[in-house]
Write a new protein. Structure first.
Length: 385
């Protein structure tokens, strides 16, 4: 293939800004197309404005529609799942000189077809696990908890996702867990998957070497069913009988999960949402980061915590397979296993020397996962095409 000219397309933002910045550093970026406002898209990276093509911010429409009394929520959901295809169609007509595309899932099919018509290479970014797998896992979990699962991914979106991954030349994933979910549910070949772990902003997240007089557990993320918080709560019940600990939760609360959350308020301190600049201090005040999630492509909060010197206790479904070495810089436990969480927290509580060793190891490991490191791996792959 002649000189690589990469199109990055993401209707909102996610980490596409970091991807664009890295591709530009390696002289590979042709253009980035987004429906995110330019000033907000560029607020954490260094990238000349000329590379950004901003389409109308259509993805705010569902949020506005939700405000309509009675029917707003229904109309919002109907529109929300159909906007990616509209956005994708628009992007497919703006490809220009691009001969490689990196497009986000649900909004890729038209662009894949157009790139391939030009003998180019189409790469789909799958940030999370296969939607069919997610639906099955979460349907079961909501049932276990006696809750109504109101937001399963619609069948037509699942079908579109499968069409995209089958049509694409390659699928870019942040973890083996994501790749395996598609291989299992879609029968796709291993060779189609490129696994490159995300990066962390090391200029923001770092150890402040604070003295810690209290053993404190921290969780950061959406407080709900998918993140497996019920298993942390069950663990905290047991831990409070044995050891003196504190626990803080940071993040938005899922509406369906509110009854369970309120029932367990006595176990933790809830701090609501937090700015990233405030997270630095919250991480550094803690002793261990716990992420009991049932499903996560690769939770960036794990790397943020590690960069601040925290050992991480996470699950096999957290995308940690690419970043955490069990027993060295953290622990990886099965999903839905409160006893395993309790065991690992108790171990770290009683073994200060080991906890400090794992803290040092976690900080060192996080430094290997900068966005520059991500960009280097991505450019090597693209230049090999």
């Amino acid at each position: 293939m002649k000189k690589k000219c990469v199109l990055v397309s993401c209707g909102t933002k996610f980490h596409s800004d970091y991807v664009s910045e890295q591709l530009n550093k390696h002289n590979l970026l042709e253009k980035t197309i987004t429906a995110h406002p330019a000033n907000r898209y560029l607020n954490r990276i260094i990238l000349p404005r000329k590379f950004i093509t901003c389409l109308p911010p259509i993805f705010v429409i569902p949020y506005l529609l939700k405000k309509i009394p009675l029917i707003g929520s229904y109309i919002s959901k109907f529109i929300e799942y159909r906007l990616p295809a509209i956005y994708d169609f628009c992007v497919s007509n703006l490809i220009g000189k691009s001969n490689v595309s990196i497009t986000w899932s649900w909004a890729s099919l038209y662009t894949i077809n157009e790139i391939q018509k030009r003998k180019g290479v189409a790469i789909v970014e799958e940030s999370g696990s296969c939607n069919l797998y997610q639906n099955q896992l979460l349907t079961d979990e909501y049932k276990r908890l006696g809750l109504h699962f109101s937001t399963p991914t619609p069948t037509f979106i699942i079908e579109r996702e499968f069409k995209e991954v089958k049509a694409a030349n390659y699928i870019l994933c942040p973890s083996k867990y994501v790749a395996d979910s598609f291989i299992m549910m879609g029968g796709l070949p291993h060779e189609k998957f490129i696994v490159i772990p995300y990066g962390v902003n090391l200029s923001l997240f770092k150890s402040l070497n604070k003295v810690k007089n209290t053993f404190k557990i921290i969780f950061v993320g959406t407080i709900g069913v998918r993140k497996g918080l019920i298993y942390l709560f069950e663990s905290l019940k047991e831990l409070r009988k044995k050891i003196n600990i504190e626990c803080i939760l940071i993040g938005n609360i899922e509406k369906e999960f509110e009854p369970i959350f309120k029932k367990h308020l006595y176990l933790f301190t809830y701090l609501g949402r937090a700015k990233q600049t405030d997270l630095l201090n919250f991480y550094n005040d803690a002793s261990v980061f716990v992420l009991p999630t049932l499903d996560e492509g690769m939770a960036l909060v794990q790397l943020e915590a590690m960069a601040c010197g925290l050992p991480v206790i996470c699950t096999t479904n957290s995308g940690a397979d690419t970043i955490i070495e069990d027993g060295i810089d953290g622990f990886i436990v099965p999903i839905r296993d409160a006893n395993a969480i309790t065991e690992k927290i108790t171990f770290l509580y009683h073994n200060k020397d080991k906890r400090e060793e794992m803290s040092i190891n976690a900080e060192k490991k996080a430094k290997k996962f900068s966005w520059d490191a991500y960009g280097e791996k991505l450019q090597l792959f693209i230049n090999s095409l």
